[in-house]
Design a protein around this ligand. Sequence first.
Ligand code: CUA
Length: 182
Amino acid sequence: MSVLPPEVVEQSERQWAFVVAGVLGIVFALIIYMSVHWAAQPPSNVETIDASTLHLAGEFIEENLGTAVQPDGSVIVRVIAQQYSFVPACMVVPADTPVVFRVTSPDVVHGFLIMGTNVNTMVVPGFIAQVRTRFANAGEHLMPCQEYCSVGHEGMWAHVKVMDRQEFARSYAGQPRASCAR
Ligand code: CUA
């Protein structure tokens, strides 16, 4: 067995250290670019809930699901992600208004992704995923489940309908809730 001279080993180690430092630098630069330019950040909300009693009591009972209009005009949208659907399957929200999504799962991990936006979070049973956002324009967004959740995963998706702010206010004036089916 041949033994390399120490200077050769040292030089090679130094070169690899530069390569690793370079890779780390690129990764950090990507993280900074994505968080600043795309507003992509890790979810920070940690709230737990009993996944086995979601539909029986508390915040996520059926009549609480969907869009709830707050006194200040902002909305909170509560959603259950379950094998293999979102409840409700269509959500309506106003444009140019603060929107909070609160999502949880009674069974397995699902993904909550609103296409064309930076809303993207995991939905883990036992936890409430919360996302704050604001839609700039009216329009429809597809909302596919983006965590593999078993055989029906591909058919699990919903819609988010963003309405013009004034139109939303007219349509749901005086109502505490807003839903797609009117
Ligand atoms: Cu739910 Cu994939």
